[in-house]
Design a protein around this ligand. Structure first.
Ligand SMILES: Nc1ncnc2c1ncn2[C@@H]1O[C@H](COP(=O)(O)OP(=O)(O)O)[C@@H](O)[C@H]1O
Ligand SMILES: [Mg+2]
Length: 292
């Protein structure tokens, strides 16, 4: 059972994109079904990106179910390839929708009032959040004192995303360093992911952040970001496929040539190793893209 929270402290440095790509690229095996839970109190984006409905499943239903105690005599069944659908036996999966590449997503409503209430409820009753084998939680902006920040206390691992070259974000990181340090003291592993081109050495960034390690550098990548938003379509015409091959020297159907996807995969593997789950030998779940 691993809960990985991905959050920012200010701005929009790419939290949802990184969390989605990490869940999609998480080393998975037959009983490991990574789930992305979008728990952003300011409202979700994933449903809009992928044209999903959040009325009957999603964060609101997960939060409501998490509040009620487990019925007596019921047990948590680990997922098998046969029962990983939305109707599967794994409690968190009952609130998830499967994207076309196989990623299970519990999406937040885009309405901030509804999303905020659900995040507050989940922070108070995180039972189902912790019931999954691997749950990547997009906490959005986790301002100290907010419901999102309270969710971080229930994570095993927290990734704080900061955009390179943003003095405002660097300053917010500096002033929030004591809060992040206390999270570490409570037993949560905390590290940084820097998005975009960052000219500063890791030691310097780490110093601003009160000694937090830099776990990943996430390159600016328009193709990878479009894939995560459900907008990427692999080249179909032979001429375009050849052009893609020449441009990247990679198979146009493979997705790991995209810098965002490969960096997210490396970070997911690092988090998996931290937890000593040792599941990295399994297949990697990657977002598959269907042609329009
Ligand atoms: N590594 C990246 N390269 C290019 N664009 C990105 C990257 N990460 C995010 N984006 C884009 O930036 C915008 C904000 O990203 P998002 O993941 O929604 O940020 P946040 O969740 O922090 O608000 C989106 O349009 C997204 O597609
Ligand atoms: Mg977001």
């Amino acid at each position: 059972m691993t809960v990985v929270a991905v959050c920012s402290l200010s701005g929009a440095p790419g939290v949802t994109s990184l969390a989605t790509a990490m869940a999609a690229a998480w080393p998975s095996g037959p009983v490991t079904v990574p789930v992305l839970v979008e728990a952003d109190a300011s409202g979700g984006d994933v449903a809009a990106w992928h044209g999903m409905e959040t009325a009957s499943s999603g964060l609101v239903s997960l939060a409501a179910a998490s509040r009620s105690p487990l019925p007596a005599g019921s047990s948590v069944t680990l997922p098998s390839p046969e029962n990983t659908g939305t109707g599967g036996h794994h409690p968190v999966l009952r609130h998830a929708v499967e994207l076309s590449g196989g990623l299970q997503v519990v999406a937040a409503p885009s309405d901030p009032l509804k999303a905020g209430r659900a995040v507050e409820a989940l922070a108070r009753h995180p039972r189902l959040l912790k019931s999954g084998r691997v749950t990547v939680v997009d906490v959005g902006r986790a301002v100290p004192g907010s419901a999102g920040a309270a969710l971080l206390c229930h994570a095993d691992i927290t990734v704080v995303v900061v955009e390179a070259g943003r003095v405002d974000q660097a300053e917010r990181l500096r002033v929030c360093a004591p809060v992040l340090a206390s999270l570490r003291q409570d037993g949560v592993r905390v590290g940084l992911a820097i998005t975009g081109a960052c000219p500063y050495p890791e030691a310097e960034i780490s110093q601003i952040a009160g000694g937090l390690p830099v776990w990943a550098r996430i390159p600016w990548d328009l193709s990878g970001a479009a894939l995560v938003r459900g907008e990427h379509h692999p080249p179909q015409r032979i001429r375009d496929r050849l052009a893609a091959w020449h441009a990247h020297r990679r198979d146009p159907d493979s997705l790991e040539w995209m810098p965002l996807i490969s960096a997210a995969k490396a970070l997911a593997e690092l988090c998996d190793d931290f937890d000593g789950l040792g599941l990295g030998v399994g297949q990697t779940r990657t977002l598959e893209v269907r042609a329009a």
